[in-house]
Design a protein around this ligand. Sequence first.
Ligand code: DQA
Length: 150
Amino acid sequence: MTNPVYILNGPNLNLLGHREPAVYGRDTLDDIKGLATARAVSLGLAIDFRQTNDEGELIGWIQEARTAAAAIIVNAAGLTHTSVALLDALQASELPIVEVHLSNIFRRDSFRQHSYVSLAATGVICGLGAKGYELALEAVRAILDKKSAA
Ligand code: DQA
């Protein structure tokens, strides 16, 4: 049995659907989890989908992923732009990492245009709303296939 792909969501993403819908859309995190679950099944991947408002908990999950996950898809939300500790945990994981943002962070405030997560990410998807999570799973499938063929 292959390890699941951890899909980790950071602070305030539990409010999706209600929080600034003009920026983040009307999908709730549960809607996104449903989309991701269906896409994962069609790609032959298992997922473990989680959200936390706590930086330490997110780092704990990334440490757990080192041995328990096949890859990490992460939307670290506001921590993206602030957390060196999160970057350190991601780098230590030695896993394929796809960074996702619902909004296009490069069209927004200048402080959102720097991402610590990107320094550890294999690739980044932003600005495509909930679809970004499905695209991230497709990318993970391709990365894992390439890895197992090597
Ligand atoms: C976000 C973008 C971040 O800048 C912001 O702090 C979030 C959500 C996104 O998905 O677009 O909380 O990660």
